[in-house]
Write a protein that binds this ligand. Structure first.
Ligand code: PHE
Length: 376
């Protein structure tokens, strides 16, 4: 038995392969997603979306081959993400990696993919630094520079709020980066930001002391660039202590679990920016929604749509690559232009970031209400 086979056996348990039956002649792709842990709905939804894409891709195959996707669970943790990227490269010898979702997770795996020259395409990580890790890193979503500006404008112009507090998740590069951008943009428009730093860490559950401090400063709006688990609890506890102002945030809020966590009182009167709304009337979107509902029994959220588009872009690049190797694949990904996805038209710029529109959603007990669509 070779060392590689032993390693493969060791890794047999946590990994799940989707697509064609294992065959050395298949095109092997890796995927690093949070299937368990505090941001698990992101991973589960992404994989649902990617499975639909894979089905479509393997109807015809690519270059006479089937595509196979090996999914690794990073549990939403940076160290696990780095290990997963290392394993997919050294054990599975994948052509490319899709992932991850949380920017801190993608940032942890990025240097490994970059130094091994394995293309890594994130469908969802919005932090500015991600694609600066090197040319093997690209993304099919917008960045936080855009998302932060969208929400600053929405707060100032659409909601007519002028005095904001910001609550940051210190364990998340996404949260810290998005907070910085919102602050800059909101101030530039003439708004004021309460100078005090309000923060928490992922997996915290009691936010009452923090929220009382924020309440005393009397903001008319609160920017909360976090992930749904903590955001949901913060919304719930804020209403419990009588905070009635709107809370706003970014794509990290996008999860079916948000309502369960925030409760009926907590969910009301809040807004966030995201990548996708299943209420978009575009026929391509409606087709995707129909297919998704038929397969999983619920409407797709942002992560499902992003996962789907990410894998479809990867498949398109695999077809266009001048030959089937990682270097040619990287070039093909970077030159993606006018790819019509369900999250919008995807064109990668010089820094391998997609310029795409955002949607603003209002959270209600009955589900999200689509408020605005903002072009880049
Ligand atoms: N943009 C978030 C990040 O970079 C991840 C995310 C994307 C979460 C889409 C939900 C939906 O950390």
């Amino acid at each position: 038995m070779t060392f590689k086979t032993i390693l493969s056996l060791l890794f047999l348990l946590p990994h799940i392969a989707f697509g064609a039956k294992a065959d050395a002649k298949d095109i092997m792709l890796g995927a690093v997603f949070p299937m368990t842990g505090p941001i698990a709905t992101y991973g589960q939804e992404s994989v649902n979306g990617m499975k639909l894409a894979l089905k479509r891709i393997n109807l015809k195959g690519i270059r006479g081959k089937k595509v196979q996707l090996i999914v690794e669970d990073n549990k939403g943790e940076p160290v696990e993400s780095a290990n997963a990227v290392r394993k997919l490269i050294s054990v599975d010898d994948v052509y490319a990696i899709l992932g991850s979702v949380a920017s801190s997770n993608t940032l942890a795996g990025a240097p490994i993919a970059q130094s091994a020259k394995v293309p890594m395409l994130t469908p969802a990580s919005t932090n500015e630094e991600v694609t600066k890790m090197g040319k093997y890193l690209s993304r099919t979503c917008f960045t936080d520079a855009f998302q932060g500006e969208v929400m600053a404008k929405f707060a100032y112009n659409s909601l007519n709020k002028k005095h904001a507090a910001i609550i940051v998740d210190l364990s998340s590069d996404y949260s810290k980066g998005l907070a910085r951008i919102f602050k800059k943009r909101f101030k530039a428009m003439g708004g004021t930001i309460i100078p005090q730093d309000f923060s928490y860490n992922q997996k915290d559950t009691d936010f009452r002391t923090l929220l009382r401090k924020v309440k005393r400063k009397k903001p008319d709006i609160i920017f909360l660039p976090g992930y749904y688990q903590e955001v949901g609890l913060i919304l719930k506890q804020a209403r419990q202590i009588g905070m009635v102002m709107p809370f706003i945030g970014g794509d990290g809020w996008h999860s079916d679990s948000l309502l369960k966590l925030a409760g009926k009182k907590g969910i009301k009167n809040n807004y966030y920016s995201s990548h996708f709304s299943p209420d978009d009337t575009d026929p391509a979107v409606q087709n995707f929604v129909k297919e998704y509902v038929a397969a999983y029994g619920s409407k797709p959220g942002a992560m499902a749509a992003l996962g789907y588009d990410g894998l479809m872009v990867m498949a398109d690049a695999l077809k266009r690559a001048t030959s089937l190797n990682r270097e040619a694949l990287q070039k093909a990904i970077a030159s993606t232009q006018n790819f019509k996805g369900v999250t919008g038209m995807i064109t990668l710029d010089k820094m391998r970031n997609a310029r795409k529109g955002a949607v603003v959603l209002e959270t209600t007990e009955q589900g999200n209400i689509f408020k605005e669509k903002i072009s880049p």
